[in-house]
Ligand binder design. Structure first.
Ligand code: ADP
Ligand code: F6P
Length: 324
C-alpha cells in the first residue's frame, strides 16, 4: 500500500479551529520530507467538488503555525452526504492523481472521508474542532485555544459582575457538548455550570442556589451555560424576576473560534499532522488520529464514529464541590 501512495491531499472541513494551520503545515512538510507530492483542497468537500485543488510546497505553509483559522478555508457542504456526489468527489481525486486525503475536521468530516474511502481513496482524519466532542480522542485541535480565550473573557465579565454585585450568565460554544463549559466552569470558578449532558432544566434549583449564595455573602453569581442549552437571554430575565438581582447574559460566540493557537494546539497539531502522513504511508489508511491515555494513536474511522464519549462524572462533581 505504502508504495502506491505518491500524492496526498489535505483539506479542512466543518467549523475552523485554532491549530488547523499548524496541522496543514505538518502534513505538507512531512509529505515533502518523505518524498510524497502534496496538494491542498480549498473549502472542504465543496472545494473538492469545485476542483479547487492546488499544489502545496514547503514555502506555501511558511509563517502560518501561529495563525488562527485555516489557510485552506473551510465549508459545510451538505450535498456531500449524497452517494452520487461522494462518487464524483472520489472521481475528482483520481483525476487529480490524489491517492489519499488527510481530512482535518470533526465527526461529520470523517463521514465524508469514510465515503471517499469506500470509493477507493485512502483517508486519514485529524481531530479539528474546538468542541472536544470526538469520542476516540482526549484532545482535539483548537480546544485548548478556545477554552483559554473563553476563560480570559469570562474573567473580565466576572470582574465587573462582582463590582456591581450582579448575576452573570455566560454562554460558551460547544454545539451539543459541554466540554468548553465544564472547563470554563472549573477554571473560572463558576457557581453553576449548565451542560447539555447533565442539566435537568430545573431553573428553580439555580434560583435557590443564587439566593442561598447571596445569604452566605457571595457578591456575584457566575453561571456558565453551554450553547447546547442556549436561551441565556430569556434565562437571565427569568432569574432577575425571581431573585430581584440584576442579571446579565453574555454570549461569547465566534471569538472562541479565532485567535493565535496556544503552544499546546500548535504542538499537538504538528505531531498529529505528521503522524497522519506517516500512518497513511505505512499503509494503515481510513484511520483517525487521536490522543488517548498520554499516547498518540490511530483508530479505524468506522470504529471511531461508533465510539461514545461523556462528561467525566468525577470532574463534574468537582465543579459542584468547589462552589460550596
Ligand atoms: P464537523 O466535521 O466539525 O463535525 P460538520 O458536521 O458540519 O462538521 O461536517 C462537515 C462536513 O462534512 C459537512 O459539511 C459535509 O460536507 C461533510 N459531512 C457531514 N456529514 C456527512 C455524511 N454523513 N456523509 C458525508 N459527508 C458528510
Ligand atoms: O463545531 C464548532 C462550532 O463552533 C460549535 O461550537 C458551534 O455550535 C458551531 O461550530 C457553529 O457553527 P457555524 O460556524 O456553522 O455557525
Amino acid at each position: 500500500m505504502a508504495g502506491k501512495i505518491k500524492t496526498i491531499a489535505v483539506m479542512t472541513s466543518g467549523g475552523d479551529a485554532p491549530g488547523m494551520n499548524a496541522a496543514i503545515r505538518a502534513v505538507v512538510r512531512t509529505a515533502i520530507f518523505r518524498g510524497v507530492k502534496v496538494k491542498g483542497i480549498k473549502r472542504g468537500y465543496m472545494g473538492l467538488l469545485n476542483e479547487e485543488i492546488v499544489d502545496m510546497e514547503a514555502r506555501n505553509v511558511s509563517d502560518i503555525i501561529q495563525r488562527g483559522g485555516t489557510i485552506l478555508g473551510t465549508a459545510r457542504c451538505l450535498e456531500f452526504k449524497q452517494p452520487e456526489v461522494q462518487q464524483r468527489g472520489a472521481d475528482i481525486c483520481k483525476a487529480h492523481g490524489i491517492d489519499g486525503i488527510v481530512v482535518i475536521g470533526g465527526d461529520g468530516s470523517y463521514r465524508g472521508a469514510l465515503a471517499l474511502s469506500r470509493h477507493g481513496i485512502n483517508t486519514v482524519g485529524l481531530p479539528g474542532t474546538i468542541d472536544l466532542d470526538i469520542a476516540c480522542t482526549d484532545y482535539t485541535i483548537g480546544f485548548d485555544t478556545a477554552v483559554n480565550t473563553a476563560m480570559q473573557a469570562i474573567d473580565k465579565v466576572k470582574d465587573t459582575s462582582s463590582s456591581h454585585e450582579r448575576c452573570s450568565i455566560i454562554e460558551v460554544m460547544g454545539r451539543n457538548a459541554g466540554y468548553i463549559a465544564l472547563w470554563c466552569g472549573i477554571s473560572n470558578g463558576a457557581e453553576d455550570i449548565l451542560l447539555p449532558e447533565k442539566y435537568d432544566y430545573n431553573e428553580q434549583e439555580i434560583i435557590n442556589h443564587i439566593i442561598a449564595s447571596r445569604k452566605k455573602g457571595k457578591t456575584h453569581h457566575l453561571i456558565i451555560n453551554a450553547e447546547g442549552i442556549g436561551h441565556s437571554m430569556s434565562m437571565s430575565r427569568r432569574i432577575e424576576a425571581a431573585t430581584g438581582l440584576e442579571t446579565r447574559a453574555t454570549i461569547l460566540g465566534y471569538m472562541q473560534r479565532g485567535g493565535n493557537p496556544t503552544a499546546m494546539d500548535r504542538y499537538y497539531a504538528s505531531i498529529m499532522g505528521a503522524r497522519a502522513v506517516d500512518v497513511m504511508l505505512e499503509g494503515r489508511t481510513n484511520r483517525v488520529i487521536g490522543y488517548k491515555n498520554g499516547q498518540f494513536v490511530d483508530v479505524d474511522i468506522e470504529e471511531a464514529l461508533l465510539m461514545q464519549k461523556n462528561i467525566d462524572e468525577y470532574q463534574y462533581e468537582v465543579a459542584k464541590m468547589l462552589t460550596v
